[in-house]
Ligand binder design. Structure first.
Ligand SMILES: *Cc1c(COP(=O)(O)O)cnc(C)c1O
Length: 384
């Protein structure tokens, strides 16, 4: 008998046409930002209903540029969620502003908009929601709150490509919307990102901020009015993204099928009776997730060795899992800004107990059965 395949929690899917297209770019004599980036931006703009889009080297850079476009700087506060990849908070710090973490809704695991409303002060400049695992927040409520207080919105939609709100893709409406095409995301450029903006002016300023602030004129003129960074995408990465974008619909459909298989297999394995919480199911109206991740909450306080022991036992059984994410406000740097354990109990509990299970298009139904059966066994054996 051979051991079953190791199942990672995520796995990029790159076909041979993509590999050949990357080879053609490498052989073309033009390998950095060029025609493939322009084509990628055009296809993304089509997807987002014609809104202007600019590509970036990664989603962190596109979020930082979004904050600059929103006029966020020293002395400003940005309200966000602690249950995110730390990039969200780090870019707020990078532009000199203060991240204000508020509580999450433990069912959606996203920012609680009532808590966000309660945290608004005269210094608040922007709201920065994150769509964890691809699940949008209440977008009507979000923009109603922003408009009522004259706030900009920077959506960290890094995980939310092809997620929908009342049938419309995230990014096709709203204020500044940032996506990531890092290797684990639903579509990837290996590394990459993009920013959806409102106007041609914002698009031009995005171009300047992603390349040193340089403005060219005539055949030899160059000027810088506002220094920028260096975060352009390359044609090598863009051509990967172009191929991935063509497969996006199929990827989203497959992920939804796999999520349904998880709910069914999870029920057969009795996960909920072991105290394991499953993610929220999407409905046809309102928020529709792209199932970027399938995440459960473990009864970690009742497990000998906690979540770490469960992860080790799963790994030994050939099942890779991930933690997305520990609550950001408890990291040493953010504690130095005054954040303490106990301030955001829902986020802290979810951060301690959340576990990402394998989910990617080539996963099979029998793999999901195996993950759920083993997860139940592991928790049973560790429960005190
Ligand atoms: C991936 C991710 C980012 C950052 O994207 P990079 O492309 O890795 O810079 C930001 N926020 C969230 C929620 C992410 O998942």
């Amino acid at each position: 008998m051979t051991a079953p395949d190791f199942l990672p929690f995520a796995r990029p899917q790159i076909d041979s046409a993509t590999i050949e297209a990357v080879g053609r770019v490498l052989a073309s004599g033009w390998i950095t930002a060029g025609p493939k980036v322009l084509e990628f931006e055009a296809r993304l703009s089509d997807f987002f209903g014609g809104r202007p889009v600019r590509a970036f080297a990664n989603g962190t850079a596109s979020m930082e540029v979004a904050l600059r476009l929103a006029g966020v700087g020293p002395g400003d506060e940005v309200i966000t969620t602690p249950l995110t990849w730390v990039a969200t908070a780090n870019v707020i710090v990078a532009v000199g502003a203060l991240p204000v973490f508020v509580e999450i809704d433990p069912r959606t695991r996203n920012i609680d908009l009532a808590a966000a409303a309660a945290a608004i002060t005269p210094r608040t400049k922007a709201l920065m929601p994150v769509f964890l695992a691809g699940l949008p927040v209440d977008m009507d409520g979000l923009y109603e709150l922003a408009h009522r207080h004259g706030l900009r919105v920077v959506e960290d939609a890094a995980q939310a490509i092809d997620s929908r709100w009342n049938g419309r893709p995230i990014g096709a409406f709203g204020d500044l919307v940032s996506f990531s095409f890092q290797a684990n995301k639903n579509i990837t450029c290996a590394e990459g990102g993009c920013l959806v903006v409102n106007t041609a002016d914002e698009a031009r300023r995005s171009e300047r901020l992603r390349l040193q602030g340089v403005v060219r004129s005539g055949s030899d003129g160059m000027d810088v009015e506002e220094p920028g960074g260096k975060s352009n995408l390359t044609d090598i990465n863009a051509v990967i993204g172009l191929h991935q974008l063509e497969g996006l619909q199929a990827v989203t459909r497959r992920r939804a099928e796999l999520a349904e298989m998880y709910f069914a297999a999870g029920q057969r394995a009795g996960l909920e009776s072991l105290g394991i919480e499953l993610p929220l199911r999407s409905s046809a109206s309102g928020p529709m997730t792209n199932w970027h991740m399938f995440q459960v909450l473990l009864p970690e306080a009742r497990l000998r060795g906690g979540r770490g022991a469960a992860m080790e036992d799963l790994r030994a059984a050939g099942i890779g899992t991930g933690v997305h994410y520990p609550a950001v406000h408890l990291f040493t740097f953010y504690r130095s800004q005054g954040w303490r354990p106990g301030m955001l109990p829902h986020a802290e509990r979810v951060g301690r107990s959340i576990l990402t299970l394998p989910l990617y298009p080539s996963l099979r139904e029998e793999d999901i059965e195996r993950v759920c059966t083993r997860l139940a066994l592991v928790c049973q054996s560790l429960l005190r």
